[in-house]
Design a protein around this ligand. Structure first.
Ligand code: GLY
Length: 420
């Protein structure tokens, strides 16, 4: 079967790596891919948001499954377009992907179906939003309604900080239309855990738990990023907590989406906070997380392509979802200046050879005209190791990351050692 994978970051390299292990794969294409993915797939020079061109490519290349990995094409309805054109596609429809692409929709869904989350209100008027912030006090969370490259959430420690976030989003249009509406919600406390789940709209199968480290600097300081590293599984996520989450969050969310006429098929990302009042939803994403996918896929034993086909064909209840024992860790090497401005084009040296338990997933990389591997994005590489214990996996990932060099290289030194 020919597969077209859409996207070009570290998550997509991990997906390409795992899909390549399937005996059912004939040929893998990736649009647009990156320099690491090029070793596994034929790159297709199309942007992930170039929907019509992607559909046309799939139709002319005998694609048996198109895997739509990033948030933007999902929100734009690429899965709907592919399916309408007769191309089988993995991922939620545009209507179902609203669970990520509209915070107002997802908070409303949780309110309607009694799914635990922070108390909130939505605003499309900045004056009313500021008045609410002043009445509530700080700390308080301001979220842009739409997709904002992972930067649309401000956890404000003071009222002026929250007001500035409201003004930046609603008046200065920092995220364009994505910030025309905002959600303002209470600040929750507790360890954060990510649980991704396979779902075909009827059955939900949670994956191993994981934990992302979103802040740029050690000790969970600095600005939010797309993610500076991840571990799997997340310490403290006990079988008892998993049971509570299944009963109060995972199952109810899937049933709610179906009841709303938006059955969710694909991978649903539950960003959770283990509050003193029990687990609550911080956010949903309509896709694999990045860098959670890198850590998770190192431990997935089952054939990912089989699972994706089972989900699309609503056969997940009978599918075989198996995990390796042990733990994994992904350490992200980023460009100096990320998540703000940064330079690209710096040569990368010192990459270790991949082994069965260590893989360097490429995110922002490219090949220069002379064939030299160079930096080409904010997050550059995700050094990912697995081992029998989490401590060993962390040590191995850092040991492999150490010799990798490029100008401005930045990494957190405490991935898996702190608990955001
Ligand atoms: N790591 C967070 C995300 O993928 O949105």
């Amino acid at each position: 079967m020919n597969i077209l994978l859409i996207g070009g970051g570290g998550r997509e390299h991990a997906l390409a790596w795992k899909l390549s292990q399937s005996p059912r794969l004939s040929k893998l294409y990736c649009a647009p891919g990156n320099a690491g993915i090029a070793a596994l797939a034929e790159r297709v020079p199309l942007k992930a948001t170039d929907l019509d061109a992607l559909v046309a490519f799939a139709q002319t290349h005998d694609i048996g499954l198109a895997v739509v990995a990033p948030d933007d094409p999902l929100a734009l309805g690429l899965v709907d377009k592919l399916e309408a054109a007769g191309v089988p596609a993995f991922g939620p429809t545009g209507a179902a992907a609203q669970i990520e692409s509209s915070k107002v929709f997802s908070k409303g869904l949780m309110a309607k179906y009694g799914i635990p989350t922070a108390a909130w209100q939505a605003f499309d008027d900045p004056v009313a939003a500021v008045a609410y912030v002043r009445a509530q006090g700080a700390p308080i969370v301001v979220k842009a309604d739409g997709l904002a490259l992972g930067k649309g959430v401000v956890v404000a420690q003071t009222v002026p900080e929250a007001e500035a976030a409201v003004r930046a989003m609603m008046e200065d249009k920092r995220f364009k239309e994505a910030g025309a509406r905002v959600v303002i919600e209470d600040c929750m406390t507790g360890p954060e855990v990510t649980v991704l789940a396979f779902t075909d709209g009827k059955t939900v199968v949670p994956m191993l738990s994981s934990r992302d480290h979103k802040r740029a600097l050690d000790g969970d300081q600095g600005p939010n990023t797309g993610g500076m590293g991840a571990i799997c599984p997340a310490p403290g996520y006990t079988p008892e907590l998993a049971q509570v989450c299944m009963e109060t969050i995972f199952g109810p969310t899937i049933r709610a989406m179906t009841a709303e006429g938006r059955p969710f098929k694909g991978v649903l990302y539950f960003g959770l906070m283990l509050t003193p009042d029990g687990p609550k939803v911080v956010e949903y994403n309509a896709r694999f997380g990045d860098p959670e996918a890198q850590a998770l896929l190192m431990l997935l034993d089952s054939d990912l392509l089989e699972l994706m086909l089972a989900i699309r064909e609503e056969r997940l209840a009978a599918a075989d979802v198996r995990w390796r024992s042990g733990a994994s860790c992904c350490v992200v090497l980023a460009s100096g200046g990320y998540p703000e401005s940064y330079q690209t084009g710096y040569p990368i040296t010192g990459l270790p050879a991949d082994t069965e338990t260590l893989t360097v997933f490429h995110a922002g990389t490219a090949l220069s005209d002379s064939g030299q591997l160079v930096t080409n994005g904010g997050r550059v590489l995700g050094v990912t190791a697995r081992a029998d214990t989490l401590d060993e996996a962390i040590d191995r990932a850092y040991a492999a990351a150490e010799p990798i060099a490029f100008t401005g290289r930045r990494l957190r030194r405490d991935i898996g050692r702190t608990h955001p």
